[in-house]
Design a protein around this ligand. Structure first.
Ligand SMILES: [Zn+2]
Length: 534
């Protein structure tokens, strides 16, 4: 036996990867009966919170389909020295779940622009367009005007709340842009990314819309180069001209934004962010931490670049000062990029950090006054299978060989850069140490430069006032409507909901706080008629 272990170690396999683990307590039916009894007890005690929500938070895992959620759960569990699948994510603790149908009006398998319009503005839209109804056409500037649809974030601002956008991508990227922009082409990040014809017709780039459409109190993410005139050196990469500003109109959008508010602060590194978030004189905060997207969590410089969790915490510190509440959009934007690249390690470690940001927000807010939703815009053709043993690495191999007598990884993609063309010869073998490498590209059935999105439904997790409305199978646009209704925002200003209890109040106001219900009145009348009333 010992010889076998030595052999496994020599082969570079960690013993538990190949042998798996069966927790002895799980062999006893009482374990599962006890576990289920606790879950049942919690389910029976679950009571909808019937007040309005003072605060709204939307967590968007870009490309975080259900297989990604499950794989991230296993990875996060294993990072905490657990076997994995049994260990809940922060989002798993949310009491209500629904499925969201993600298709675009014109595409069965959607992109992040059309979907952002749905879950942020409440109207389904076309592929690659942002903040416009489906009457707008991709890349046709003259179909913009008159087709704008308005985000829940903008409606929250109009109602006096503070609002914020936090993302690991550039802040001009499709998902965050859905909170503030109206554009027929998601790639129009700056004026330099637009055709001259569209500029002449009066269409505006996304960066310009970022500072002019909605007065956003907190903007955190990447995307410096779209904000500064062409040739402006980047403060972090002074000698790298490829990271310079790229604007053609010569405008410095950061300066323009800062000039608009007395308490506006611009930061570009972690230190600046942490200082600004503790400074009471800062009323508006823009933090742009890279020229383009922020770095993957596994490549992040922990002293220079903030994590998604730190950005979320900083945003909440500022936003929650407003007594009228806030709206916050937080995107784990690079889960999607890891998948497109066919590198599951990158995607799943992003998803784990995204869940840590959810955990932090759950600690910093109360479900009594804050409605928090966690969802995805779309899925990916990412899968994990192969009957792997319990406790084995999510990046490991299936225990049996394939028909070609070669090993295969549990994680595979339907298509993508890990696809091998037949002309390149037979499918390569793979070892456990290769597949555990962060840069390993999992095999894919069809070779593509970029792996594609998946078309199946995604989950919506909900916690807080009106979270119980998140149920069943819904159109993706429902997400925006639940949030608008819960906070009594347009078009639900007559929501009829009592105001939320404060986080420190003993209990949210019960039915007594509202007008008495009809059955209650009828009951009282019956008691009176029976002469039993005091
Ligand atoms: Zn994508």
């Amino acid at each position: 036996m010992q010889g076998a272990w030595v052999l496994l170690l020599l082969l570079g396999l960690r013993p538990q990867l190949s042998l798996g683990t069966i927790p002895v307590e799980e062999e006893d039916p009482a374990f599962w009966n006890r576990q289920a009894a606790q879950a049942l007890d919690a389910a029976k005690k679950l009571k909808p919170i019937q007040t309005a929500a003072k605060n709204l938070i939307l967590f968007l895992g870009d490309g975080m389909g259900v297989p990604t959620v499950t794989a991230a759960r296993i990875l996060k569990g294993q990072m905490n020295n657990k076997l994995g699948p049994e260990t809940p994510l922060a989002m798993d603790h949310f009491p209500y779940v629904a499925l969201s149908k993600t298709y675009n009006v014109d595409r069965q398998v959607p992109d992040s622009a059309g979907t952002a319009t749905a879950y942020l503005c409440g109207v389904k839209a076309n592929y690659q367009t942002i903040g416009l109804s489906a009457a707008a056409r991709f890349d046709q500037c003259n179909t913009t005007q008159g087709n704008e649809v308005i985000s829940v974030m903008y409606r929250a601002k109009k109602a006096g709340k503070s609002v914020g956008v936090v993302t690991t991508t550039r802040v001009q990227h499709a998902s965050p842009a859905g909170t503030y922009a109206h554009v027929v082409n998601r790639n129009w990040y700056s004026d330099a990314d637009m055709p001259a014809k569209a500029r002449k017709e009066g269409c505006q780039d996304i960066a310009r819309q970022l500072i002019s459409n909605v007065d956003i109190d907190v903007i955190l993410g990447g995307g410096r180069k779209y904000m500064f005139p062409k040739g402006t050196p980047d403060p972090e990469y002074l000698s790298d001209a490829t990271q310079n500003g790229i604007r053609l109109d010569g405008r410095n959008l950061v300066q323009e934004w800062q000039a608009r508010h007395q308490g506006a602060r611009y930061v570009w590194n972690r230190q600046g962010l942490l200082q600004a978030s503790q400074d009471p004189s800062v009323t508006h905060l823009m933090g742009l931490f890279e020229p383009g997207d922020t770095k993957y969590e596994v490549h992040r410089n922990h002293t220079r670049d903030p994590s998604l969790m730190e950005m979320t915490e900083a945003a909440l510190h500022l936003l929650r000062r407003n007594p009228r509440g806030f709206y916050l959009f937080v995107e784990g934007g690079r889960i999607d990029h890891g998948h497109h690249d066919g590198r599951a390690y990158l995607a799943l470690t992003e998803a784990v950090m995204f869940d840590s940001a959810i955990d932090k927000a759950s600690q910093l807010t109360s479900e009594k006054d804050t409605l928090t939703l966690v969802t995805a815009d779309h899925s990916h053709v990412f899968s994990f299978g192969g009957y792997t043993l319990r406790g084995s690495s999510i990046f490991g191999l299936a225990p049996s060989k394939a028909h070609d007598n070669k090993t295969y990884t549990s994680i595979l993609y339907g298509n993508g850069p890990g696809g091998f063309a037949l002309k390149d010869g037979p499918r390569p073998n793979v070892s456990d140490s290769q597949s555990g490498n962060p840069s390993y590209q999992q095999q894919a059935a069809v070779p593509l430069q970029s792996e594609t999105h998946g078309g199946e439904d995604v989950a919506v997790f909900a916690r807080g006032p009106q979270a119980h409305l998140v149920h069943g199978v819904q159109e993706q646009s429902f997400v925006a409507h639940v949030m608008a209704f819960a906070a009594c925002l347009e078009p639900y200003t007559d929501c009829g909901l009592p105001p939320s209890a404060g986080p420190n109040d003993a209990a949210p106001p019960g039915p007594a706080a509202g007008p008495p219900s009809l059955p209650l009145l009828a009951g009282a009348l019956l008691l009176l008629l029976a002469g039993a009333a005091p």
